[in-house]
Design a protein around this ligand. Structure first.
Ligand code: GUN
Length: 287
């Protein structure tokens, strides 16, 4: 079997067009959607992510605030910034780039965010709503994966899904979303026993390791006809690659996402979609 490609470019372009239209409509109704990003320190990967989030937002007509803080920024100073963004009626979405430097208590910062501005869907309120199947602002990467599956009419009901990642940003929320769609889900991590066996049994494999030396998915590791969603990114000889050896996996999977051109584009566009949702919530709440 040669896999069909799940094209993040096609799906993200489609969603971007809808977001652009929604932004225009909000503006016509007197609401200018605005996203504030917060970056502490100068980690090169995080700096690149923030730059793309800022330019994506501008592209669809969302205005932005760009808070860049020194790596030594203190917990109480960051809390004060979050509180001031919570109070600011012109700001609809707040994204605090993770990871935060080690002097910062990440949970306390995230928990301080107004859940209706939490465009990452990470606050205790939004993760609780997601767990109850009532999430409105949901983490961008897993929501983007669900959009890809939906676009290509891939019904996960009854499938055995294996997720190689247990983070709050990807693995845990994705498990809830797949479960909501009636998949049977296993979350795997560095301490998982018999990962190989679990992968070989999976109808759907989602991998988000991001370290090709530690983990590379190839055709021998998956079942014939499996669906492979690749969230990982690494650089090999300065070339961006996923967790999967794409050419190998393609020969055995039924569907596969490329890297680049797959999930990454979806993460970016889902942030824009969440910002529009947050602006719409603010508009409803001010009536
Ligand atoms: N770091 C890596 N991915 C993400 C993301 O989606 N949101 C935030 N806030 N930080 C990240």
């Amino acid at each position: 079997m040669v896999a069909r490609i799940i094209d993040g470019k096609v799906v993200s372009t489609d969603i971007k067009a809808r977001v652009t239209k929604a932004v225009r409509e909000l503006k016509e109704n007197g609401v200018q959607p605005c996203l504030a990003t917060v970056l502490v320190g100068d980690d090169p990967a995080s700096t690149t992510y923030i730059r793309s989030k800022q330019s994506d937002a501008k592209e669809v007509g969302i205005t932005t605030r760009d808070h860049r803080l020194a790596a030594e920024f203190k917990q109480d100073e960051l809390l004060e910034l979050v509180h001031s963004l919570n109070r600011d009626h012109e700001v609809h979405g707040v994204l605090v780039q993770l990871p935060l430097p080690k002097q910062i208590d990440e949970f306390e910062i995230i928990a301080a965010l107004n859940p209706f501005k939490d465009v990452d869907g990470l606050t205790p309120y939004n993760s609780g709503m997601l767990q109850s199947g009532m999430g409105l602002l949901k983490p961008c990467t897993p929501s983007g994966i669900m959009e890809l599956l939906h676009y290509y009419r891939i019904d996960v009901a009854g499938m055995d899904a294996v997720i190689v990642n247990r983070s709050n940003l990807v693995g845990k929320p994705l498990a809830l979303m797949l479960l909501e769609q009636n998949a049977t889900v296993i979350i795997c991590h560095s301490k998982t026993k018999n990962l190989g066996e679990k992968l070989l049994n999976a109808d759907l494999v989602v991998t988000a390791v991001g370290n090709r030396e530690r983990f590379t998915l190839n055709a021998e590791m998956i079942k014939e006809g499996a669906i492979v969603i690749d969230v990982g990114t690494s650089r090999i000889n300065n070339k961006l690659v996923g967790d999967a050896d794409f050419e190998s996996v393609k020969q055995k999977a039924s569907w596969v996402t490329p890297v680049p051109g797959g999930v990454g584009l979806m993460t970016r566009v889902m942030l824009l979609k969440n910002t529009v949702t947050a602006a719409s919530i603010a508009k409803e709440m001010s009536r």
